[in-house]
Write a protein that binds this ligand. Sequence first.
Ligand SMILES: [Zn+2]
Length: 677
Amino acid sequence: MRERGSSLLLVAIVLLPAVSGAAAGVDYEMVVTLDAEQHRLQARQRVHWSNTTDTPTAELWWHLYLNAFANDSTTFMRELGHRRLRFGGLGGETSWGWTRVTRMVLTDGSDLLPSLEFMRPDGGNPEDESVARVRLPEEVPPGGSVVVDVAYEAQLPSIIARTGFAGDFHLVGQWFPKLGVFEGPDGWNCHQYHANSEFFADFGSYRVTLNVPAGWVVGATGIEVSRTEAHGDSVPGLQVVYAAERVHDFAWTAAPGSLMEIITADFEPGRDLPRAWLERAVAALDLSAAELELPPTRVRLLLPRSQLRLAGRHLRAVRLGLAWLGLWYGPYPYPELTLVVPPLSAEEAGGMEYPTFVTGFSGWLTPMFVLYGRSLIETVVVHELGHQYFYGLLASNEFEEAWLDEGLASYAELQCMEAIVADDLAPELRWGGFWVRERLGQSMLRSRVRIDQRSWEFQTPRHFFAASYGKTALSLRTLEGLIGPAIFSRAMRSYVERHRFGHPTGDDLFAVFSEVADEDLGWFFQQAFRSDAEVDWGVLGVRHHGQEPLSGMVSDSGRQPPEEGIVRASSAEAWSIDVEVGRRGDFVGPVAVELEYEDGTRERRTWDGDARSARWTIDSGQRLERVVVDPDGVWALETRRRDNYWTSEESSRAARRSLWWVPEALHWLGLVHLPWS
Ligand SMILES: [Zn+2]
């Protein structure tokens, strides 16, 4: 057990630049005032950017994300089409969002604004103003830095893509002019805001002064460092200052105290870490309990007053999530975590991640509730906490490799949820089967998809979601089955530890796995992530041929010539059995085949899967009762398993009465799998 004092000490450590990793690239100091009537922000920011590459640059590229919601022809809105983002969407007269930069100067007074030009690196849509470039009077050399003062006005949209307002509730994300990532010779990585894609930015420190109406509650990235409430002034208001170190974004929420309540709690490992989980992690990771020790974390829950009865479930989910993720991927390194549950009118803001700040979800009149049922609250919290690692700490490029964040967060979510149910840590949740559901969801896509694509290049949004979430999670699950859970867990942990604050790519992930597994796993990664190869095994046929009694002579002793009188008798039943297994998909890999005989004995064989099919001829005194390809379900990527089973006639009559048709029926019903971000 730890005392309160140690978490305060931790705050001090985290505020100092003591979190190891690559050098921070950009720092923001901001002052922003919310006009709660107009849902408009008046803001200024001082941005300190360092060129950490070996290449000079005379440009700065900015994301103006809110401009994605400025009209119906932006790249974001065109890609969105008539589809609504889950529950929300733009409509009405005051609901568009935009950013207008009114001042951009260097500290020496150089005015950059006249050079501001909107850029469309991902296609020349002239209506899109979500990326802007300015020219600098001089190059910033390698190791050099530049300080820019920016003033801007921003209109929040009615809530869309997890940002904006609904009534008095404000969830403010992607709201400030934000620098892209300078990648040296490759220039600025600064993509337009796309309907499917999320974000990419350098790490840095943020110090943000928020001015909101008096009596409002506020939550934000980082920790609150000061608070002043002015009552006597002409405009009474609340001023709260937040600070965050080593993060790559900043989001906040504000709403009247009559609507939202703040509940403060904590994650206390001595109390909240399930003993069984610790033991399992010690065994699999080959680390001691001391090496797996986790720090305490302060938790702030912002919840609609109408939903206070759900506070316990949200907090329990946060504690279990921090425990599971901390054990398997290393400690959550920030002192505080904020969970915001939007009111029902703002559900579009639910299920989103920002550094140290996530939004949950408690709605039940949604497609997601149909899919996830009662576990929706826990599933969303755990998923978003997973992002604290893959999005928050690792910060891969979500425009170009969205799966590195969403897919790994989905894998973590499914594993953690299975563990919560298996260990009965949330008694309301009686059914697990999270992986089965994921598999069913994947089988509904009904077409092939390659995971490793840039997020706006997928054929349809459905393909994007299926690939980046479910298929990635199922690919990792398959790899876990192939290399074993212990090696898999060690590789995942090494990946997270090695690439903290490092913006890893898919190649980095693959390299860590091959290294830890001590074998080249390129064959798997290439097929699973960089091709649309499908996994589909099957039993092609089983034929029994009754063997005639042997005529002539054969030596049982191996002696030559055979001695007369030792001809093998064939009075017992004898069968020559042809077993043919095959793959209808083009994903090649080793797969186990189990043969079960009439007397219940079982035999395992491994087929390398290289050819389209393989035929084995087996001589046996018994008939086969059952043949199963992939009997342990190692190939989680396989969505059509119905043909993996062969049974003798009597058993197949029983099988016909079983429920094999359920997944097929769901598939044909075309139920859409709707994951969140
Ligand atoms: Zn997500």
